[in-house]
Design a protein around this ligand. Structure first.
Ligand SMILES: C[S@@+](CC[C@H](N)C(=O)[O-])C[C@H]1O[C@@H](n2cnc3c(N)ncnc32)[C@H](O)[C@@H]1O
Length: 157
């Protein structure tokens, strides 16, 4: 090992894990799945770009069709999603690819690795398909194909 390779427990030098609680306090409902071009975490952008990112598709469960009333393109939306492949037990992370990769706490970073792996992005809504299962076409995401969708909110920033 050179010292910069991950250890067998998946940690990089300087990283610290804890025994994360198994009890859950909140029961979230996934309202759909996000289809993106990225199959590996390393291929995802660090942050999405609503001006220039590739089109991604939010596939909603048909149950929530009426909940989309009032949304019309073009508009900016805040998308909340669940980073389902992220570790949840680290209290110190060595951020990959940052100018400054010194280990820090997850609350000081926007990394997916955190106790509750909730992510948010501001996206541009570029289109909508109102079929049996509604699809929102957006630019500005940075997540893996198949990432669970938690919520959609208007962005007033
Ligand atoms: C730095 S996070 C930013 C997420 C969000 N824009 C935010 O700021 O809350 C984006 C990175 O998370 C990783 N990632 C994407 N989808 C993921 C998933 N479903 N599970 C775990 N990690 C994921 C990829 O490495 C991607 O570059």
């Amino acid at each position: 090992m050179t010292g910069s390779e991950p250890r067998p427990d998946g940690l990089r030098p300087g990283e610290v894990s804890v025994e994360a609680p198994v009890r859950a306090d909140a029961a979230l409902v996934f309202i759909g799945r996000i289809a993106t071009p990225w199959r590996r975490r390393a291929d995802c952008p660090r942050q999405g770009d609503p001006a220039d990112g590739p089109e991604c598709r939010l596939h909603l469960d048909p149950l929530w069709t009426a909940a989309l009333d009032g949304i019309e393109a073009p508009v900016r939306l805040q998308i909340l999603y669940w980073m389902h492949e992220a570790r949840r037990d680290l209290v110190r992370l060595a951020p990959r690819g940052h100018d400054d990769s010194r280990p820090r706490g997850p609350f000081a970073l926007r990394a997916p690795t955190r106790p509750n792996p909730i992510a948010s992005s501001i996206v541009a809504l570029v289109g909508m398909e109102r079929g049996v299962a509604p699809v929102l076409i957006v630019r500005g995401l940075d997540c893996l194909d198949g990432t669970p969708l938690l919520d959609i909110k208007p962005w007033r920033g």
